[in-house]
Structure formats: structure tokens, C-alpha cells
Design a protein. Structure first.
Length: 213
């Protein structure tokens, strides 16, 4: 399957997960982390899903699936244990909706990759639904290379980029600094990071930018 990789902003968007089991729970967690407004449609809930409902993190329609249940959804995930119901969900979705059928990649128009996050760094691994297990294995291998130190490093890079953007440096110098700070030398040395931040401060007018740090 040919796919177009993309990062979606779904904060505040309606997402419907049909099915209340363990797989549905994992899908809900990802949606909630991205800020989606999640509704689950299922007669029963796994205890972890039920806990999300009790904490008012999701809405619950305690019923069997019907096509109107996904009418206003921006994202739809079919995660029931019934191929027949999942197929009905796929057939009920409109062309403008994003839909993922967990047991039928061919009926989906998007797939959820295995994801590794380190602050602002996101690494996704996808196999077009061929082998989610392999995708997760590769993700776990990458987690050993891109450890938690990248969380603070990405904050540093964001701060540098913002300072350079508002600096009086010429384009050549800007490119050189942006390239230089991505080296391992800067990732591994807080002293080097603070040094270049201080240096760049000399090229930025006071009060022109706001940073995360």
C-alpha cells in the first residue's frame, strides 16, 4: 500500500472508537495524548477503558454500533472483535473521514504507526499494516539510540532556532549555526549549549523573542 506520511493536529477534534477492549484502549490513549475529544461506542468496557470514562477523559455510548454514531467524527477507529461490525463501520464512513480498521488495513485510509517520543522529537515506524510487531521491534531498537537526553536537547534546539531567526546574522551564518548545534558535541555538553545561547544573545535585540527554557 502506498502511503503519504503526515503528522496530524487533532487537538479538539472529535474521535470515535468503536469497541471497548484492550486494543481500543491503546488507540484511545494515543488519541487523548494528541488532545482529541474521544467517544467510545460499546455495550461493555475493559476495566482500563472504564477508568478513562470514570475520570471523565472520554464519553461513552453504551450500545451496539450504528452508522449515526460516527456521523460527526473526524477520526474513526473500528476496534471491535467482530469482522462483520468492523466492515459495517468501514462502509458507514464518509470519504472525508479518517478511518482505521484494526483488523483490515486495506479498508483503512490511515494507519497508526509505532511511535517513539522524546519531548518534541517524534519517530514513527510503519509497515503499511503488514507487521505491527516488526514496527514495534524497530521502534524499541531506536529507543536505545534516541534516549531521554533528546528531550532537553530538542528544547535547546528550539531555543537556538528562535534566537537565530530573530538575530542580525546573515543567512550563511544562520545556516552554519543551525547545522553546528545538531552535532553530538552540543547534544552531550550542557556547557556548549549554554555557551552558544550566550553567544547568540549578542545578536538578538532584547525582548524580541520568547523561549521555552
Amino acid at each position: 500500500m502506498e502511503a503519504y506520511p503526515i503528522m496530524l493536529s487533532i487537538k479538539g477534534k472529535e474521535a470515535v472508537v468503536v469497541g471497548g477492549g484492550a486494543i481500543a484502549y491503546r488507540k484511545m490513549i494515543g488519541l487523548l495524548q494528541a488532545g482529541a475529544l474521544v467517544t467510545v461506542v460499546s455495550p461493555e468496557l475493559h476495566e482500563k477503558v472504564e477508568q478513562l470514562y470514570l475520570e471523565s477523559r472520554i464519553e461513552w455510548k453504551k450500545k451496539e454500533f450504528e452508522p449515526p454514531d460516527i456521523l460527526s467524527a473526524w477520526v474513526v477507529i473500528a476496534a471491535t472483535n467482530s469482522h462483520v461490525v468492523n466492515e459495517l463501520i468501514a462502509l458507514s464512513a464518509e470519504n472525508h473521514q479518517l478511518i482505521n480498521i484494526v483488523d483490515n488495513p486495506e479498508a483503512s485510509n490511515f494507519h497508526v504507526p509505532a511511535k517513539l517520543t522524546r519531548g518534541d522529537l517524534t519517530i514513527s515506524v510503519a509497515t503499511a499494516g503488514a507487521s505491527p510487531i516488526l514496527a514495534k521491534a524497530i521502534r524499541d531498537e531506536l529507543s536505545l539510540i534516541y534516549d531521554e537526553s533528546y528531550r532537553d536537547y530538542l528544547q535547546f534546539l528550539a531555543e537556538v532556532r528562535e534566537k537565530i531567526r530573530h538575530s542580525t546574522l546573515d543567512q550563511a551564518a544562520k545556516k552554519q549555526y543551525l547545522k553546528e548545534v545538531t552535532s553530538d558535541t552540543f547534544r552531550q555538553s550542557n556547557e556548549k549549549q549554554q555557551g552558544i545561547i550566550k553567544l547568540l544573545d549578542g545578536f538578538v535585540s532584547e525582548g524580541t523573542i520568547r523561549t521555552k527554557r
